[in-house]
Design a protein around this ligand. Structure first.
Ligand code: ZN
Length: 331
């Protein structure tokens, strides 16, 4: 059910929006900025539902006709603007916002447009939107969702209330995954670490078979790395280089292993690593590497990422990384 209470994290944002609804102190334009999956769309839909709710409270009531329409995604005065293309053109903006905005709301007090991935608007599209924002009808509210406010013209930014969606802290996210989605703690922890504070991404990882497979691969590789023979290393480099669509995730998961290693080395037995199931292996490894070595592991990982961006041939680059990483451990 759409409710501010059901949105995890983002307390400041929720308080600000609820306060605006209570005091009828609203802007005609909002920019919600934050990472993908962090909760911008859910918050925008909840905000819209509360604004249109027939009961008129700061929370959607959940049972009036407008709230029921919001739940099923067909409230006639709330439009979600999405797009497949990589650029939102002036034509798209005119057709989906500027023209419909001139029509009065059918039933509710507002006509609300939620624009997903609004950073895709090119300059002409933004200028068209700006015209609407300069003289908005009293009932008009536009919510732009984005992962990058820098993409907007300063004239748009100055007319909008910009709200930051910060990463949701692990302490909130881990219990949420365990309780709401019935995910075991060890999987919840690793998914959270990987998702960088994004509930949508964490949830997707936690239930994904692909993610589980990549995690097994990354953990297996990092565990065997200190004693990996030449032949196995060559085979591993080849297979990693061939897994183009898995590689980003695997490297990210290797990065979490390295962070865990640092943590276990520093905190000893008190540490609860993100790789909770591999706790023993991490502790054993921590005794075979010093802090400088752990730092070097991360450097090697970063160096491979840089090489990938420069389009170097992958297999020898991965092999070199594994070689250098192995050298960081004592035998
Ligand atoms: Zn309602």
């Amino acid at each position: 059910m759409l409710s501010f209470r059901n949105i995890i994290g983002h307390r400041t944002v929720k308080d600000h929006l609820a306060e605006g609804i209570r005091n009828k102190h609203l802007s005609h334009a909002y920019i919600f900025e934050g990472d993908d999956g962090v909760g911008k769309l859910l918050t925008a839909r909840t905000f819209a539902a509360a604004l249109q709710c027939r009961e008129g409270g700061a929370e959607p009531c959940g049972h009036c006709i407008s709230c029921l329409q919001m739940e099923s995604g067909n409230q006639p005065d709330v439009t979600l603007v999405t797009h497949e293309k990589s650029v939102i053109s002036v034509g798209d903006i005119r057709e989906s916002i500027c023209v419909p905005m001139t029509i009065r709301p059918y039933a509710g007090p507002y006509r609300i447009f939620i624009v997903d991935e609004a950073e895709k608007m090119n300059e002409q599209a933004q200028n068209a939107l700006l015209k609407t924002l300069e003289e908005p009808p009293e009932y008009g509210i536009i919510i732009l969702l984005t992962n990058n406010r820098e993409a907007f013209l300063s004239t748009i930014l100055s007319r909008a209330v910009v709200l930051d969606f910060l990463p949701v802290p692990d302490e909130e996210l881990i219990p949420y995954l365990m309780e709401e989605a019935q995910i075991p703690d060890y999987r919840a922890r690793l998914s959270c670490a990987f998702a960088g504070g994004s509930p949508g991404k964490a949830l997707a990882c936690a239930v994904s078979e692909d993610f589980r497979r990549r995690k097994e691969m990354a953990a297996g590789l990092m565990q065997s790395l200190p004693d990996m023979g030449d032949e196995r290393m060559a085979v591993t480099a080849k297979s990693l280089a061939a897994k183009k669509e898995d590689l980003d995730d695997i490297l990210g998961l290797m990065g979490i292993w390295i962070r865990d290693l640092m943590y276990v080395k520093a905190a000893g037995k008190k540490a609860v690593p993100m790789y909770q199931q591999e706790e023993g292996a991490l502790a054993a490894q921590a005794s075979r590497i010093d802090y400088e070595g752990i730092r070097k592991l991360q450097e090697e990982l970063d160096s491979l990422q840089a090489k990938r961006k420069a389009n170097v041939t992958l297999e020898p680059a991965v092999w070199l990384m594994l070689m250098h990483m192995k050298e960081c451990y004592t035998s």
